[in-house]
Design a protein around this ligand. Structure first.
Ligand code: FMN
Length: 213
């Protein structure tokens, strides 16, 4: 797939099919993503891949917590919407308003971890430099695009990382690593309403671009 096609085809998928993903495909995607740039080539991130029975166990445990519901305590602290910039708040409000009926589908889909057959947890060593967050983001986007190029769907979500202690217990992520984000990986269920109903747009380029010529 052409790079520009992969960029535009990629979107967040909130319901995956039951089809498993081959470990070799995930390894190839990650190897490609390792080409992402990083500060002084520090490559500060780690990846924890969860699939098979360990993922099913975690899915059950997380669904149990979500059912209560339980407050998320992610390693990267949550920032209340009112503390974001006015423009970011506006974009978030537009996204929420555009959800329409699909809003009701979000909670149950999230509680099932979107039925993802594989989840990548991206972590950084405790005490990481802020620059490493940029590097991890670049690595993460490369994973998404590499997956899209191979016909795989992805879901980047806070939902995966809201209970870090659960992940430390069930995934075995060491205490000296901060869990930054999770990416679900699999094949899109094209018939699922939650996938067909949610469309996102982007603000006009001139809202973010200032040309100093
Ligand atoms: C760091 C991060 C965390 C996210 N967490 C969630 C989440 O918990 N639940 C969710 O439904 N979407 C989540 N998303 C997906 C965004 O809503 C989505 O990327 C955005 O609306 C743009 O849509 P697109 O990815 O389909 O282009 C997250 C995205 C990012 C980058």
């Amino acid at each position: 797939m052409e790079l520009t096609q992969a960029i535009h085809n990629r979107h967040s998928v909130r319901q995956f099919t039951d089809q498993p993903v081959a470990l070799t495909d995930i390894q190839a995607i990650l190897t490609d993503a390792q080409q992402a740039p990083s500060w002084v080539n520090s490559q500060p991130y780690y990846v924890h891949l969860l699939m098979g029975q360990p993922l099913e166990t975690l899915r059950q445990e997380q669904a149990r917590l979500d059912a209560v519901p339980t407050k998320g305590t992610p390693d990267v602290p949550l920032v209340p919407r009112r503390a974001w910039s006015a423009r970011a708040q506006q974009n978030m409000a537009t996204w929420s308003a555009n959800l329409g009926d699909a809003a009701q589908l979000m909670g149950p889909a999230a509680a099932r971890l979107y039925n993802a057959p594989a989840v990548l947890y991206l972590t950084l060593p405790a005490g990481y430099a802020n620059w490493s967050l940029y590097d991890l983001g670049a690595f993460g986007e490369s994973i998404l695009l590499g997956a899209a190029a191979r016909g795989l769907a992805t879901m980047t979500a806070y939902q995966f990382v809201k209970y870090p202690e659960l992940l430390r217990r069930y995934v075995g992520i060491p205490a000296d690593q901060k869990i930054i984000i999770g990416i679900g990986l699999g094949y899109e269920d094209h018939a699922a309403a939650i996938n067909t109903q949610i469309k996102t747009d982007r603000q006009p380029l001139d809202q973010i671009l200032t040309v100093h010529d």
